[in-house]
Design a protein around this ligand. Structure first.
Ligand code: 5GP
Ligand code: MG
Ligand code: MG
Length: 178
């Protein structure tokens, strides 16, 4: 696959469509096993996770539910950091086996700020599935239960992930050149 240009940057192929799909099938097989006899409730964080969530969900053979949410963050007036507002989480997670679905965990800040909101609803269990993880970028440690690929600390696009709005439609994942 040739290099791609998105806006002003060039990207080279990093993960092929087949590599991504095989890994997702393996993650789903693990989830089918871990949640046998249960009914996990997947909370997908938009926008970047939409392709991963759809492909993962197709491979599930157990009963499972899914919802899609957006996180909007803004600086609070205090120096305590960002306040996270959740859009679309009307579901009551009390007593449910919740699996958060993320496209990529970079610094970990997004999930670090969001997890207390979910824990507040007292799910029975709470796990995280992320397609990509940049271990070198970690600033907010998290326990990641299902990781598709651990990748270097370089900007990636494709398979749902964007660069300034573009590139989400690519079937592969590309890494910025340089
Ligand atoms: P965090 O730093 O909070 O873990 O990640 C925040 C968000 O930044 C991710 O959910 C993702 O939307 C975006 N992000 C982080 N690294 C990358 C990357 O390499 N490529 C793209 N397209 N988005 C990224
Ligand atoms: Mg994300
Ligand atoms: Mg983005």
């Amino acid at each position: 696959m040739a290099n791609v240009q998105v806006h002003d940057k060039s990207f080279e192929i990093y993960l092929s469509e087949q590599t991504i799909q095989e890994r997702i099938a393996a993650l789903a097989a693990q989830i089918n096993q871990d949640y046998a006899g249960k009914r996990p409730f997947f909370v997908t964080i938009l926008n970047g996770s939409f392709m991963f969530a759809a492909d993962l969900f197709k491979h599930l053979t157990i009963d499972a539910e899914i919802c899609f949410i957006k996180l909007a963050s803004y600086k609070g007036t205090k120096s305590t950091g960002n306040v996270i507002t959740t859009i679309g989480l009307e579901d009551d997670l009390f007593g449910k086996d919740v699996v958060i679905v993320e496209d990529i965990v970079d610094t970990g800040k997004t999930l670090h700020n969001f997890l207390p909101k979910l824990e507040h609803q007292q799910p029975r269990s709470l796990k995280i599935a992320t397609l990509l993880h940049k271990p070198e970028a970690t600033q907010f440690p998290l326990t990641l239960d299902y990781i598709g690929f651990s990748i270097p600390n370089k900007f990636v696009v494709g398979y749902g992930l964007d660069y300034d709005g573009l590139g989400r439609n690519l079937k592969e994942i590309y890494q910025v050149i340089g």
